[in-house]
Write a protein that binds this ligand. Structure first.
Ligand code: ADP
Ligand code: MG
Length: 560
């Protein structure tokens, strides 16, 4: 038997990485800015724990286009690299300096927000560039170095005279990728992927008006400032206690600048065990012009935008919500089918379901009036959730509302209580009368109301499924549409239950009545018919005769 190791040669693998690693070429910028961010966060960390005397300062990242030179520059003021580090981190494909850092500073760095993972991101630069240069100076007292590579496995490495700490990456954009030399295209990418990254990102400059002096002395002055494209401290990274309602609304506008309708309410997510997840979800007001395709939930990893396709991570019924989810624990570079089978992802999905249900319950408990007002806007999500997730159904049964035609809102338990003496059928089931179209069914609704029945309005498109579900989970309940023959099948329970007179009283009453009412003309019946208040009725014989006939043939309504 022979053993050996498979020989992977860089010559073979390099073009594959370039071609197939990422389907989307545009993500190179996200990867390089992530590296620049990591380099800065690493410096923050080691200055924070006092491992170096170097000052952290206020580092920023800069992106610059050199259109004539066909170059794109990404410059950071982070940790930098020594010659040895270049050899280790850059020349070895798939060696992640980010992972090594996290391993080294295990306990203290676990919340540092370091993004890198697989040691492949840097090479995505070769998808859009013929040649890549790195000019870098480490925070350690070592000479700066200059690395160049033209996409073949050969590189050059030499000392250079860069003075400031940090790294500059220079991409020589290839002929197929000149779009990345356009200001608008880069701006679009920065806003898409880097809008909430934790280190300020400068892209060009802008004019600002500054007022100096006071009163009559006040002067307005135009000054040029760095154009920072990101908000390094987005709301979801803060504690709920530090945020006002207004903050949540502002963040919604920041996320969806084209959305003018205010959200109905928000749900702040925050877990660190058994997985890490933060985020804010919003229940939007569902208007007709809502763009469900465009304004979707966005998924981030350590504040880097990943995707707005959250299928499999967020339960389907909640994909109508908006907002952000940020988790370093979602395996992002793997296929969707794997994602759906991943245990962590399943846990995340059920956590989100639970959190949404709990929030709805607390809104219901704390301000029922407001909850009722919002019901019409949120019911489609809730009803859909009740149908698709049993866990959600169990919780939602306590706050899902059934509005009556008269504008009252009942939970299912309240509704049962309300109708229990008045609306049962021959099998002793409670019958919930409902209308699905207030206008078309109005005459039936009026009829039912006249007879003293409650009619609820169930008009969402999935209502027939919901009814089925409610009937299977509430054994003693059945739903009947108000315009079916339902009204006649209802029994007013209280009347045949309540005996108003004792036998003795009946005897007394009967003999008294017999004395005053001529028996040949009238019949006296005690506790008869559907009289709710009278202890007896007096009817004419003809009528009685017919009644007796009916009860003899099995009508049996009068049970005396
Ligand atoms: P990852 O980020 O997953 O670790 P990359 O291929 O993106 O892998 O980068 C490889 C390594 O190169 C990083 O882990 C880091 O150590 C080093 N590196 C890349 N860019 C920079 C930079 N701008 N400053 C300092 N180090 C960098
Ligand atoms: Mg990286």
């Amino acid at each position: 038997m022979a053993t050996g190791s498979i020989n992977v040669s860089v010559e073979n693998i390099f073009p594959l990485i370039k071609k197939f690693l990422y389907s989307d070429h545009e993500i190179f910028l996200r990867e390089l800015i992530s590296n620049a961010t990591d380099a800065t966060l690493k410096l923050k960390h080691i200055t924070g724990i006092g491992e170096t005397k170097v000052e952290y300062g206020n580092p920023i990242i800069e992106v610059k286009i050199d259109k004539e030179g066909k170059k794109l520059h990404i410059i950071d003021q982070g940790i930098g690299m020594t010659e040895n580090e270049i050899k280790k981190y850059i020349n070895e494909v798939a060696f992640s300096g980010a992972e090594e850092f996290l391993e080294k500073y295990k306990d203290s760095a676990k919340d540092s927000g370091i993004i890198g993972h697989f040691g492949l991101g840097f090479y995505s630069a070769f998808m859009v560039a013929d040649k890549v240069e790195i000019i870098t100076k480490s925070y350690q007292d070592e000479p700066a170095v200059h690395w160049t590579c033209d996409g073949s496995p050969n590189y050059t490495l030499e000392e250079t005279d860069k003075k400031e700490r940090g790294t500059e990456i220079i991409l020589h954009i290839n002929d197929e990728s000149t779009e990345f030399l356009e200001e608008n295209r880069i701006k679009e990418l920065l806003i898409k992927y880097n809008k909430f990254m934790p280190i300020p990102i400068k892209f060009g400059t802008r004019e600002e008006t500054k007022t100096t002096g006071e009163g009559d002395e006040a002067k307005e002055e135009k000054i040029t400032v760095d154009n920072i494209i990101n908000n390094p401290n987005p709301a979801w990274t803060k504690q709920p206690a530090d945020l006002t309602n207004e903050d949540y609304k502002n963040f919604y506008r920041e996320l969806y600048p084209m959305q003018f309708e205010e959200p109905l309410f928000n749900i702040h997510l925050n877990v660190d065990y058994p997985f890490n997840l933060t985020g804010i979800l919003y229940f939007p007001k569902l208007t007709n012009d809502i763009n469900l395709q465009k304004d979707k939930i966005q998924l981030y990893q350590n504040q880097v935008f990943v995707t707005d396709n959250v299928e499999g991570i967020v339960p389907e019924f909640l994909t109508m919500l908006r907002g952000v989810i940020d988790s370093p624990d979602i395996p992002l570079n793997v296929s969707r089918s794997y994602l759906q089978a991943d245990q962590n992802v399943k846990k995340i999905s059920s956590y989100i379901t639970r959190k949404v249900a709990d929030k709805l319950q607390s809104l219901f408990n704390n301000n029922r009036e407001d909850f009722e007002k919002k019901w019409n806007d949120i019911k489609i999500v809730i009803e859909y959730g009740m149908l698709s997730e049993d866990k959600f159904f169990e919780k939602a049964e306590k706050f899902a509302l059934y509005p009556t035609i008269d504008g009252k809102y009942y939970t299912i338990e309240e509704l049962k209580e309300k109708i229990k003496d008045n609306q049962t059928d021959k099998d002793d089931k409670l019958v919930i009368l409902y209308a699905s179209d207030k206008d078309a069914q109005h005459s039936y609704i009026d009829e039912a109301k006249e007879r003293g029945y409650e009619v609820v309005l169930l008009d969402s498109p999935i209502v027939s499924h919901l009814i089925q579900k409610l009937e299977t989970t509430n054994e003693k309940v059945s739903f009947a549409r108000v315009d079916a023959d339902s009204l006649d099948n209802l029994i007013k329970k209280d009347e045949d239950k309540i005996s108003k007179l004792s036998e003795e009283e009946k005897e007394k009453l009967k003999s008294t009545l017999d004395k005053v009412i001529p028996a040949e003309k009238y019949t006296v019946q005690l506790e008869a018919l559907d009289s709710t208040t009278s202890p007896f009725v007096i009817t004419q014989p003809e009528f009685m005769r017919r009644m007796k006939e009916m009860s003899a043939t099995g009508g049996g309504m009068f049970g005396m």
